[in-house]
Design a protein around this ligand. Structure first.
Ligand code: CP
Length: 322
């Protein structure tokens, strides 16, 4: 994928028409763009959507614009892609699924030109996952009527994952202030770790990191406060143990003894306090980051995270519509 220099917004273009019709893009590219109040509003709306039955769309939503939503996933995904699609369908929005392999990207079309093409067709929301960190931020100012939503960008950000993690923690613990969270695993290559650290530290949680040295970022190049614990400390002090997948697609580091040294095994579970909960953004490597029998145990919030992902993405789509 390449980005390119762009044309000016021309009078008479569909983007200009969109502006006249009052359709302004409302991007969500980075959590840093959102104030604390905006994040809390998204979490409140997500809880509202989670409490609704699927039978009837609320009157308040029937009068809103009904933009077409397009999922553009340049990297694999199950949870994010389908939960955005489920969320859009619950909001009665039409969803298009861009297929990278059969698209004109294969003929060298730039990402900007792909988005401008969809914008010209009237697509209102583009949900984008990519291995490139700055793909969306490089073009965001030039896209006026299609809201761009970051569904995971390289190792830098995964804002909706952090929002659903916040929602899951809030439902379980009530607040974030002073909560002790241990993020364990491949922190260095994880966009989930970066977004969750950003969100949790902003809301006053006390976040620690743990993992093999090769998976712990260099403190000088890492834009967050870093406290690194050994595995025993990370498990015994935490209210929430947030496990990360080893990002094998982003490096060639092979650690044969990962489970023995850092995996959440049934034996290590005994180190955790009775109230401590387990989270993992998934997909997980069963028997590596976490033992099979713990994934669906009463200590695990993993499938609650997935369910909350739909409600959070409804709230994020709703924010883009209003
Ligand atoms: N947690 C997460 O982003 O999962 P997917 O890669 O399946 O979307």
């Amino acid at each position: 994928m390449r980005t390119t220099k762009t044309q000016k917004l021309e009078f008479g273009s569909s983007a200009m028409l969109g502006l006249f019709l009052g359709m302004h893009a409302k991007h969500l590219i980075s959590l840093a763009e959102l104030s604390r109040e905006e994040i809390l509003t998204i979490l409140d709306r997500a809880e509202y959507w989670a409490s609704q039955s699927d039978d009837e769309l609320p009157e308040s939503l029937k009068s809103l614009n009904k933009p077409i939503v397009c999922n553009l996933f340049f990297e694999p995904s199950t949870r994010t892609r389908f939960s955005f699609e489920v969320a859009a369908k619950k909001l009665n929005l039409h969803v298009l699924n861009f297929d990278y392999k059969s698209s004109s990207s294969q003929k060298g079309e730039t990402f900007y030109d792909t988005i401008r093409t969809l914008e010209s067709m009237g697509v209102g929301i583009a949900i984008v996952r990519s291995s490139e960190e700055y793909l969306l931020s490089e073009i965001a100012d030039k896209i006026k009527t299609t809201s761009l939503i970051n569904a995971g960008a390289g190792i830098s950000e995964h804002p909706t994952q952090a929002l659903l993690d916040l929602m899951t923690i809030k439902k379980e613990f009530g607040s974030f202030e002073g909560l002790k969270v241990s993020i364990i695993g491949d922190v260095k290559h994880s966009r989930v770790a970066r977004s969750s650290l950003h969100a949790l530290q902003r809301f006053g949680a006390n976040v620690s990191l743990c993992g093999p040295d090769v998976f712990i970022p260099d403190a000088n190049a890492f834009p967050f406060k870093m406290k690194v614990l050994n595995i025993e400390e990370a498990l015994s002090t935490a209210d929430v143990v947030m496990l990360l997948r080893i990002q094998n697609e982003r490096h060639n580091i092979s650690l044969g003894h990962y489970r023995d040294q850092f995996g959440l095994t049934s034996t290590r579970l005994a180190l955790m306090q009775a109230h401590t909960k387990i989270m993992h953004p998934a997909p997980f490597n069963r028997g590596v980051e976490i033992d099979d029998e713990l994934i669906e145990s009463d200590r695990s919030l993993i499938f609650k995270q997935v369910a909350n992902g739909v409600a959070v993405r409804m709230a994020v789509l709703e924010r883009a519509i209003r």
